[in-house]
Design a binder for this molecule. Structure first.
Ligand code: ZN
Length: 279
């Protein structure tokens, strides 16, 4: 199953078309894309037998973040060996956890205002919680995931590292620094939910390409480790980390400039396209 946020309304995708969930369900489910995760099991049961014959074409530019207002955003640093190495850190023994504040979220297309500083790209697979998870084992981890989407953990490196200690939450939370989309895909739609290709291009040049099979802490292990401390709530999201190829890891370092176009993809889910503009 694939769902999306079309101009602020929850839609179920079918082929190239979209079905408005509130209308198709006769009002049983709300149009609010964030509300569906509270009733995820009920919703997936309905969607499995829903009449999608009225699916209508839609414009990709009208898609918003499929998870627009999560209560908690968790993000994992240094979760691929090659990226930890390029960043000059040891391989972590425990997940490195930070947040991106919710006001940083944006949709899968459009402009992002470029703040002063050294702005960098980080393609990430994002997991969305569909069932409350508290003290869950890794073996049960996937059972708590509603779906997966594409994320960009856009990062301004000066404010990220300027304290010390590092201030990841700040450097990664400028407006527009948390694009999500274009759609949410349930894990069963993917050939192998534990081995997914992801990458991004800057002005058409491939800058990152990796596979989630190289994650140090996999999605189910992250759910075990995070839920050992806090309940993960329906509609919460986890940015799972980025592979090698960020601008910070290059010699010389490379940063995003005004006018640059960043395309971010996860195979089997889709791609996002953003232009960086003067603030
Ligand atoms: Zn990241």
């Amino acid at each position: 199953m694939r769902i999306a946020n079309l101009a602020g309304r929850l839609v179920l995708l079918s082929g190239d078309g979209a079905v408005d969930v509130e209308r198709a369900s006769g009002g049983v489910f709300s149009a609010d894309p964030q509300a569906v995760f509270e009733r995820w099991d009920e919703f997936t049961a309905w969607a499995g037998q829903a009449d999608v014959s009225g699916a209508e074409p839609y414009a990709v530019g009208d898609l918003g973040a499929p998870v627009p207002a999560p209560r908690q955003i968790l993000a994992i640093g240094l979760n691929y060996r090659d990226h930890a190495t390029e960043s000059g850190f040891d391989i972590p023994q425990n997940p490195v956890v930070f947040t991106k504040f919710v006001s940083s979220l944006t949709g899968p297309t459009g402009d992002i205002a470029l703040p002063e500083g050294n702005v960098d790209w980080e393609v990430e697979l994002v997991a969305v919680i569909g069932r409350r998870a508290y003290r869950v084992s890794a073996e049960q981890g996937w059972d708590h995931v509603a779906g997966l989407t594409v994320g960009q953990d856009v990062s301004e490196r000066i404010s990220q590292f300027n304290a010390p200690p590092a201030q990841f939450n700040m450097g990664k939370s400028f407006p527009g620094f948390g694009p999500l989309g274009p759609v949410l895909v349930t894990p069963d739609e993917l050939d192998d939910r534990d081995d997914i290709e992801l990458g991004c291009t800057l002005n058409g040049e491939s800058v990152q390409k990796g596979r989630t099979s190289d994650l140090i802490f996999s999605i189910p292990v992250l759910i075990e480790r995070l839920s050992a401390v806090m309940p993960l709530l329906p509609g919460d999201i986890i940015f799972t980390g980025t592979p090698a190829g960020v601008g910070m890891g290059r010699t010389p370092a490379r940063w995003i400039s005004v006018g640059d176009e960043l395309v971010t993809y996860v195979k089997g889910i889709g791609e996002m396209r953003h232009r960086f503009v003067a603030p």
